[in-house]
Design a protein around this ligand. Structure first.
Ligand code: DHB
Length: 498
């Protein structure tokens, strides 16, 4: 009886504290966004809203909501959440920009939400001590809390919280993939409860992931397995780096095989045929660019014939018009090496193409992500995000722990392992997984070397194999970037929002 009373009391106190999360439509202001075309888009802004009851970092734990004058589909209008997380850093809640998906969304009549979130550079002062507030999984938790806020207030906020689409680039793309794959997963509950996130669902409808820097605890081996061919060439590694690179690469086949991925034809993708699978995406990308008039020199490994190719088991074709709008290849006025009308890309000399990618932007040195204390002491953003609240960075793979210069006897603790697990979307994707958003839009530039091509390909393939709707492409001649080809993105958003 006593226990029931106490439980009831706690619930009442909690319910009372959630009143702080009630949306106040009166705190609004009117504004106008001028698009690049000169078109004016009028909207209502609701800004600086705390999305948790126990605010730890008042600079970052707020969100802004923007509602266009004319909603696309009344109360059923989707809500686009755009995260500006980059480099796993903190970001404040921002206002819409005419040059990215937020401005475009308003113009198209979608509701927009831009949350702030903690990250590797956010700190507070607690009893005279500097506390780092944005170590993993806190940035992700902030996004989940923002989603819960929207759903908790669905009746009062214009738009439909059951139609949330989250969009992010790079580390933000990784967050988008995490939000998209971990809706309502119990692993995050204890944290969200402690923060005072609204007691409701944090599942989303769709995830837009531009060049997601994700699958962090396998990203090093995937990088070396792919780019090892450049080690003694354009990458200029020294002997120690080559040893690390080779050892990492040697761990990758077992990981690839463990994923049991299947291609479009239903055949198993293994480490032995993976490079053909990757090539099929690059071929599709180059072919599309060619058809759209891009100039592709024949020095970068693209192989073509003047007749339609038989692509055999890997018939990846089509996708959206991502080649369009990509910067034209090579110096202005360069003569096309291909005949756009009659030539077909049939194959790629992968080593040559990867050398080209590494020439455009120098590669990361091994280990590309879990670098701290291995050959050099400099921590990466990933080492910092897995660090502790005193700001001490941390390794997050057994490999790098084993190869640390100074203290290689350390092990990953249980708590850290749990944090690493809940920061990897690959752990949550499976057939019928209710935590996974039904719709996915994933892009990674065909010359983006910030992570291995394997990372986005595995993510997209695992989602597809698990039965989710995935729109995936490697846009030609694209470096590490996001929110490009907005025509394509919004055609897709439109198509899933019907
Ligand atoms: C980002 C880029 C990286 O290369 C990386 O390792 C982490 C984050 C970024 O741009 O967000």
């Amino acid at each position: 009886m006593l226990a029931v009373c106490i439980a009831g009391g706690v619930e009442t106190a909690e319910a009372k504290s959630y009143e702080k999360l009630a949306f106040n439509p009166k705190e609004a202001k009117q504004a106008v966004l001028t698009m690049p075309s000169g078109e004016k888009v009028a909207y209502t802004a609701y800004e600086n809203i705390f999305y948790v009851t126990n605010v730890e970092d008042s600079v970052y734990q707020t969100l802004n909501i923007y509602v266009p004058e004319t909603l696309r589909n009344g109360d059923a209008t989707p809500i686009l959440i755009r995260t500006y997380i980059g480099g796993y850093m903190a970001t404040t809640a921002k206002s819409p920009s005419a040059s990215d998906a937020t401005g475009r969304a308003l113009k198209e009549g979608y509701v927009v939400c831009i949350p702030g979130s903690r990250g590797v550079n956010s700190t507070i002062d607690r009893n005279g001590k500097t506390i780092y507030t944005g170590t993993a999984p806190n940035g992700l938790l902030d996004l989940k809390a923002a989603i819960r806020y929207l759903r908790y207030n669905d009746a009062g906020i214009p738009g439909d919280a059951e139609k949330i689409i989250i969009d992010g680039t790079s580390a933000g793309g990784a967050m988008s993939a995490l939000v998209g794959s971990t809706g309502d997963r119990p692993e995050y509950d204890k944290y969200l409860r402690k923060m005072g996130a609204a007691p409701t669902s944090d599942k989303v409808f769709a995830a837009v992931c531009y060049c997601p820097i994700t699958d962090l605890n396998h990203a090093d081996m995937e990088y070396e397995w792919l780019y090892g061919c450049t080690n003694t060439g354009v990458r200029h590694l020294d002997a120690d780096q080559i040893t690390i690179s080779n050892e990492l690469a040697a761990e990758c086949p077992a990981y690839i095989n463990s994923l049991s991925l299947r291609n479009e034809a239903g055949n198993l993708i293994t480490a032995d045929n993976y490079k053909d699978y990757l090539k099929s995406f690059l071929i599709a990308s180059a072919q599309k660019a060619l058809e759209e008039g891009c100039e592709i020199p024949d020095t970068i490994g693209i192989i073509r014939y003047s007749e339609k190719p038989d692509l055999g088991d890997f018939p990846v074709r089509g996708g959206n018009d991502d080649g369009r709008g990509a910067p034209s290849f090579g110096p202005a006025g360069m003569r096309p090496m291909f005949n756009n009308k009659t030539d077909y890309v049939t194959d790629i000399d992968l080593d040559r193409y990867l050398t080209y990618v590494a020439t455009v932007t120098p590669l990361k040195t091994p280990p590309a992500f879990d670098q701290y204390g291995v050959l050099i002491d400099t921590p990466t953003p990933e080492n910092k995000v897995f660090g502790n609240e005193e700001g001490v960075p941390s390794n997050f793979t057994e490999f790098s722990l084993r190869h640390r210069l100074h203290d290689n006897a350390a092990t990953l603790g249980k708590d850290l392992m749990a944090r690493i697990y809940i920061m990897n979307p690959m752990n949550f994707i499976s057939e019928n997984a209710r935590s996974v958003a039904p719709h996915w839009f994933i892009r990674h530039g065909a010359k983006d070397r910030d992570t291995s091509f394997l990372v986005p390909i595995n993510l997209a393939t695992k989602l597809k194999n698990s039965g989710f709707d995935v729109n995936f492409f490697l846009p030609w001649n694209r470096p590490h970037s996001g929110d490009y080809n907005l025509d394509d993105l919004f055609t897709w958003i439109d198509s899933i929002s019907e």
